[in-house]
Design a protein around this ligand. Structure first.
Ligand SMILES: Cc1cc2nc3c(=O)[nH]c(=O)nc-3n(C[C@H](O)[C@H](O)[C@H](O)COP(=O)(O)OP(=O)(O)OC[C@H]3O[C@@H](n4cnc5c(N)ncnc54)[C@H](O)[C@@H]3O)c2cc1C
Length: 290
């Protein structure tokens, strides 16, 4: 199918883009890499009257450490492929580096942006779960100014975020964690480069061989990425072991699925959680030994 007709604007500055958004609001859409928006327009799931192309706006394509060295800053036009191949990301955000091995195909990654991916909020996407595990901050701008939203408040539901119709996600800020943190990732997808059936992103802090803090973040099992707080709590103060990781995986299934009415229809996903959670946790511990 072809998209419904639309007007097209290519502002040369962020302030011009924000002015256009302030006027057209729900009738306009930002286009970054177009890798999710264009298919949705072709299927007429999305029918914007105006496309605001941000690709000519300078200074939005960057990824760097903040001046205080506490976090990574990633701009709105930074492509997946740049981040996937970045030595800076591999060093300072190993969880993102691991997860990027599962994201899409090179042609998609060459155009698709991290911020577009997060704004699109596909519930089976890798990076939203990674941002949730790492407590990332979204920097959002409108004509009225700038605000910051934590990842846990950013993802609101199926393809839905906290970004308002007159706002642009201009930057993602990801904490740089010290050497006591370990990261693991595991995913099952129908084919390499497809969205996940289920995935888990893991962050563990190990002090003297014991787990001092933990994040288990899942995608593909709800309308948005979710953490598993009861399972995370069960890891605290424990020494990592296969037995512990099996027990914790069972807790994840309980806390995510006990609330749901029909557990039977979720048996496959429950099995995936039971398989992928220990795998990601062991992956985190193995990265400790490397
Ligand atoms: C064949 C194929 C396979 C894929 N496989 C995967 C996969 O395995 N895993 C995965 O995670 N993704 C996958 N994707 C999606 C890919 O990651 C997209 O690039 C990404 O979801 C959207 O980024 P984009 O820059 O292309 O955004 P666009 O398509 O340009 O925009 C997507 C949405 O976000 C909004 N938007 C974009 N940028 C901003 C901004 N800065 N501020 C506010 N709103 C904004 C747009 O208005 C639109 O609603 C796949 C896509 C394709 C076509």
């Amino acid at each position: 199918m072809k998209p419904a007709s639309f007007d097209y604007a290519r502002p040369q500055s962020l302030s011009d883009a924000l002015k256009l958004l302030a006027i057209h609001r729900d009738n306009a859409k930002i286009i970054a890499g177009g890798q999710s928006l264009v298919p949705m327009m072709n299927f007429r799931i999305s029918r914007p009257e105006l496309l605001i192309d941000i690709n000519k706006i300078p200074d939005l394509d960057y990824h760097e450490c903040s001046s205080d060295g506490h976090y990574l800053k990633i701009g709105a036009l930074t492509r997946h492929e740049t981040l996937r191949n970045s030595a800076l990301i591999a060093q300072y955000c190993p969880l993102m580096h691991k997860a990027y091995q599962h994201v899409a195909h090179v042609v998609v990654r060459n155009r698709g942006t991290l911020c577009g991916n997060l704004a699109h909020a596909d519930p089976a996407s890798e990076m939203p779960a990674v941002m949730l595990a790492l407590d990332a901050t979204m920097v959002i701008r409108s004509n009225q100014g700038e605000r910051k939203v934590q990842a846990e408040d950013f993802f609101k539901g199926l393809y839905s975020t906290d970004i308002k119709s007159d706002e642009i996600l201009v930057e993602v800020q990801i904490p740089i964690l010290d050497a006591s943190f370990r990261f693991g990732f595991a995913e099952l997808s129908p084919r390499k480069g497809d969205y996940a059936s289920t995935l888990v992103a893991v962050m563990l802090k190990l002090i003297n061989g014991k787990i001092e803090s933990a994040a288990l973040s899942y995608a593909g099992i709800s309308d948005r990425p979710v953490r598993a707080p009861a399972a995370e709590k069960a890891l605290l103060g424990q020494e990592p072991s296969s037995d512990l990781f099996q027990k914790v995986s069972a807790i994840v299934v309980q806390e995510i699925y006990l609330k749901k009415e029909d557990l039977e229809s979720h048996v496959f996903q429950a099995d995936l959680i039971q398989t992928l959670t220990p795998r990601a946790l062991l992956n985190a511990i193995a990265s400790h030994d490397q």
